[in-house]
Design a protein around this ligand. Sequence first.
Ligand SMILES: Cc1cc2nc3c(=O)[nH]c(=O)nc-3n(C[C@H](O)[C@H](O)[C@H](O)COP(=O)(O)OP(=O)(O)OC[C@H]3O[C@@H](n4cnc5c(N)ncnc54)[C@H](O)[C@@H]3O)c2cc1C
Length: 291
Amino acid sequence: MKPAPFAYHDPRTVDEALSLLQRYGDEAKVLAGGQSLMPVLNFRLSVPSVLIDINRVSELAYIRHQPGQLHIGALTRQRQIEFSELVSLHVPLLHRATQLIGHLPIRTQGTIGGSMVHADPAAEYPTVTVALGAEFVVRGPRGSRVVAAEDFFVDYLTTVLMPDELLLEVRFPTVYSSYGQAFVEFARRHGDFALVGIAALLEMQDNQYRSARLATAGLGPQPVRLREVEQMLIQDGLSEVSRRAAAARAAELVEPDSDLHASAEFRRHLTRVLSHRAIQQAAARPEEIAL
Ligand SMILES: Cc1cc2nc3c(=O)[nH]c(=O)nc-3n(C[C@H](O)[C@H](O)[C@H](O)COP(=O)(O)OP(=O)(O)OC[C@H]3O[C@@H](n4cnc5c(N)ncnc54)[C@H](O)[C@@H]3O)c2cc1C
């Protein structure tokens, strides 16, 4: 199918994009990489009368290292993130997760901002932001605001962004760069969205987990931090028994849905297996580096 007719605008600056959004409000849709929006338009699941194409708003495409944070502009392509040394060095979890997104043409067009605002619960980027406690910089007619990742994703394909707001930037803390990190997932075919994904960050000291952060993908309407599992790991130590107990608890805590792709029971099983694998990989990373 083809999209319903729409008026097309291609602003050159954030201010121009914002004034268009304000003028057209609910009638308008922002176009970034188009990898999620175009199928939605083609199937006429959304019929905006105005499309605001931000691809020429070059001030939104950047990766900048600031003290304690990595700032990534919303229009930055996933492929740029995949090959960014700043990302590999300061936010390795983001680098790893990017490699798991779709196929090369998708990452070449797809942007970090588009993935966040589309807010597919199976997508890798939202899970990475929740695992890391990233922040979103949003601007609209009422000014700018900074939203914590756990508050940004509110439901399936839904964020706190208002129709007249633009996502400008995602800010990742770099404090976790020395942690063991892993993003593991299970997809039916290479490049497909994952049925379940688990992000894990582990800090080890004196033969113990000093700090742990785990977050899910594909298990419910938005990514979730597994705080109880994190506490278990910290309290119960580094043993294989403690890893298995933590993974089993993760499977109990999640609330997956059954759909065409997998039953809730299978997703729970995957959660246990993948949580264990993620913890194992995140725990192994520093030893590998030491070798
Ligand atoms: C075959 C296929 C496989 C895929 N596999 C995966 C996968 O495995 N993992 C994964 O995570 N993703 C996957 N994707 C999705 C891909 O990552 C998309 O690129 C991404 O979800 C959307 O990014 P985009 O830049 O293309 O956004 P668009 O499609 O242009 O926009 C998506 C939504 O975000 C809004 N938007 C975009 N930018 C902004 C902004 N700055 N401010 C406000 N609103 C904005 C748009 O209005 C729209 O509602 C896949 C896509 C395809 C087609």
